[in-house]
Design a protein around this ligand. Structure first.
Ligand code: GLN
Length: 208
């Protein structure tokens, strides 16, 4: 089975490890460059992107992670992980680092003006069965995508959540570019393993 790392500096590490294990991966926490070197794919959990950015520096993982992403390491970023993978962010802190590799512009804390945290059902391209129940926690959205980026899910009309649907409706919240997957929401919190299953399939395809 493929070995999938979970960046273990902050966030829902245990939940991602459990979800990856449930879909047949060997999941390992990653805190050190040697651990990063041994994985076939990496999950970047949610948390606070500015904090994770600093910790990547402290743990000397920033450049090794950038290098592996440049070499095509499959990566899945949730929420703050999506922010880290984006080539460009809006409303970020000027000193926060980007790993890059995902040709998108992401707006940090994008839903803040309407609603901080909310849950909704989403149609997710390529996942069969019920819609995905998506948990958003001070989430980003994707504001612009490059030509090689596929939008897999977008925000539906949120008026039934009591939100001002205004700017949020139609925003991309799940994207894929080759071996890189990102969601604004947190599938590790719901027990639905399909997003992790999709990512592990991407890792399997990459290692052949
Ligand atoms: N708002 C956070 C950030 O800017 C992301 C929130 C999350 O990962 N749940 O990094």
């Amino acid at each position: 089975s493929p070995t999938v790392g979970v960046l273990a500096l902050q966030g829902n590490v245990r939940e991602h490890v459990a979800a990856l294990t449930a879909v047949g991966a060997t999941a390992v926490p990653v805190r050190r460059p040697a651990e990063l070197a041994a994985v076939d794919g990496i999950v970047l959990p949610g948390g606070e992107s500015t904090t994770v950015s600093k910790l990547l520096d402290t743990f000397e993982l920033l450049e090794p992670l950038r290098a592996r992403l440049r070499d095509g390491l499959p990566a899945y970023g949730s929420c703050a992980g999506m922010i880290l993978l984006a080539d460009e962010i809006l409303d970020g802190r000027p000193d926060q680092h980007q790993l890059g590799g995902l040709d998108v512009v992401v707006r940090r804390n994008a839903f803040g003006r309407q609603v901080d945290s909310f849950e909704t059902d989403l149609e997710f391209a390529g996942l069969t069965g019920d819609p995905v129940h998506a948990v958003f926690i001070r989430a980003p959205w994707v504001e612009k995508t490059g030509g090689d980026v596929e939008v897999l899910a977008s925000v539906p009309d949120l008026t039934s959540n009591g939100a001002d649907a205004g700017e949020a409706a139609g925003r991309a919240v799940a994207v894929r570019q080759g071996p890189v997957l990102a969601t604004s929401f947190h599938p590790e919190l719901t027990g639905d393993r399909r997003v992790h299953g999709l990512f592990v399939d991407m890792v399997r395809a990459a290692i052949g």
